[in-house]
Design a protein around this ligand. Structure first.
Ligand SMILES: Cc1cc2nc3c(=O)[nH]c(=O)nc-3n(C[C@H](O)[C@H](O)[C@H](O)COP(=O)(O)OP(=O)(O)OC[C@H]3O[C@@H](n4cnc5c(N)ncnc54)[C@H](O)[C@@H]3O)c2cc1C
Length: 457
């Protein structure tokens, strides 16, 4: 896998040290993506003694490999939220994500954030029906959408649904700025500091380097809950993988787009240091279930060439994101039994605004401030029919894959997380686990959790 456009064009790196001693802190944050960094900033600003631990370098996980749309238009979602969660909660979801945009606008400069309309588009009659349905939900919720036919893209469009004046970001520069603000507010950030184990009862985090951190409160923002939490949230997340390719372009688009017909495509441009890039994303599939991932890149490159007439390809990369069964992320205390352990995950590929919203929820909980979205994002919420259904589906897959993992060790190694059989991914040259999304490098070392131990090859 190549480095994302964002990681290639990041600001010069601030060198954060590796932690080389035992320490104590008020709040220990594990994971240096946007979620962890936003929590570090909010809490340090409130005077908390905060430590953030990142196993590699900050922002090189899902955040640095995203598409960088900072918007409350999360594909087709509001009609579904209305149906599943009702009017008040669907509106609340929109509001907290819009507030996240306002926060982004309050500190980011033009190299980090730009105004852009968010646009869903359809090329079929069926798609137009879905868009009309979504537009009716916007109306019901008071979301200022415009149903019509925008003609900026060189595609025959049937209809569009536009949410004006949303944002797009350079996710790495945006996160780097926020990390600097967190440090200025007093947070301590450590890179190359890998959390291996957690003793949640004694409130100790153990590092791979044998040092330990004693904490009062712990935030897990590792993108996916790590091993010590097995069995708690794990069965309630499905992981989806997507691909992104970038090419040089002559002109920037005003809007950022998502097709709602098949094949699914997400489109935006980015202007970085005087150059313009066109980003095309799609070819989604359930993580770990496909071997020939080169095909997905090839499909996107073909689209860039044939549909958009672009052939100066720059790079291609891929990433994955877990989703909860009821579409709302998990953010907050994990359970009443562990009131000092917080989790942020399950963003369904909309974790840029949601990471900021989630960090508000978690930091408010820690500070003792009321946040009206606490219950909506609570990780231990239950009671939805769809939750049950999806959970059953997910656990069915897990059980099946675990069984084959335990019995068939002939061709692929077993994931060190929960024993599922991994699959070789020939484009990225990684071993991918279909159960919970762990990924391992060719040599067996961990690339992405929840697994924390290397494969036995
Ligand atoms: C292809 C794709 C495109 C996307 N595009 C968008 C978009 O346009 N808009 C949007 O809103 N969302 C988008 N998303 C979703 C968004 O990128 C994620 O939801 C969000 O970045 C998650 O942030 P995070 O901080 O939770 O995780 P991450 O950014 O992955 O950060 C987690 C960090 O934890 C670290 N970590 C893990 N384990 C340990 C450990 N044991 N010890 C120490 N550190 C550890 C990792 O190294 C990593 O740096 C996209 C997702 C995908 C897959």
């Amino acid at each position: 896998m190549s480095k994302s456009l964002w990681l290639q064009t990041a600001y010069p790196r601030d060198d954060f040290p590796s932690l080389q001693q035992d320490v104590h802190c008020d709040v220990c944050i594990v994971g240096g993506g946007l979620s962890g960094i936003a929590n570090a900033y909010f809490l340090a600003k409130e005077g908390k003694d905060v430590i953030l631990l990142e196993k590699d370098t900050i922002l090189a996980g899902a955040t640095g490999n995203s598409t960088g749309k900072l918007t409350a238009q999360h594909d087709l979602i509001y009609a579904k939220l209305l149906k599943k969660h009702g009017q008040a909660d669907a509106k609340l979801y929109y509001d907290v994500n819009e507030e996240a945009l306002q926060f982004g606008r309050s500190f980011a400069n033009k190299d980090e954030l730009k105004k852009a309309d968010s646009i869903l588009f359809s090329q079929t009659k069926h798609g137009t029906e879905l868009l009309r349905h979504e537009a009716r939900a916007y109306e019901q919720l008071g979301i200022p959408g415009e149903f019509g036919r925008n003609s900026e893209l060189p595609l025959p469009l049937e209809s569009t649904l536009t949410l004006k004046d949303e944002c797009q970001i350079h996710p790495v520069r945006f996160g780097q700025k926020l990390a600097r603000m967190a440090v200025e507010a007093g947070a301590r950030i450590y890179e190359n500091t890998d959390v291996l184990l957690m003793d949640l009862k004694k409130r100790i985090v153990h590092l791979k380097s044998d040092y330990e951190i004693r904490f009062n409160e712990l935030i897990l923002s590792t993108h996916y809950p790590i091993e010590a939490l097995r069995g708690m949230q794990i069965m309630k997340l499905a992981v989806d993988r997507s691909y992104i390719v970038a090419a040089e372009a002559d002109m920037a688009l005003q809007g950022q787009y998502i097709s709602i017909d098949s094949p699914k495509r997400s489109i935006r441009t980015a202007q970085i240091d005087g150059n313009t890039y066109f980003l095309l994303s799609g070819a989604n599939h359930k993580a770990g279930l496909e071997g020939n991932t080169k095909e997905h890149y090839n499909r996107l490159y073909t689209d860039l060439k044939n549909t958009f007439n672009l052939s100066d390809f720059i790079t291609g990369w891929s990433a994955q994101d877990p989703q909860t069964p009821d579409m709302i992320p998990y953010a907050g205390t994990i359970s009443a039994g562990l009131p000092y352990v917080y989790l942020s995950t399950g963003n369904r590929k909309w974790g840029l605004s949601n990471s900021l919203a989630s960090a508000r929820i978690i930091s408010d909980q820690i500070i003792g401030r009321t946040n009206r979205a606490t219950a909506l994002y609570a990780p231990d919420r239950t009671g939805f029919g769809s939750l049950l259904l999806q959970t059953l589906k997910n656990t069915g897959l897990v059980i099946k894959e675990m069984a084959s993992g335990y019995t068939t060790r002939l061709d692929a190694p077993t994931c060190t997380h929960m024993g599922c059989k991994t699959r070789w991914n020939n484009a990225e040259e990684t071993w991918d686990c279909p159960c919970h999304g762990s990924r391992f490098r060719k040599d067996g070392s961990v690339l992405e959790g929840p697994a924390t131990k290397p494969l036995e090859l």
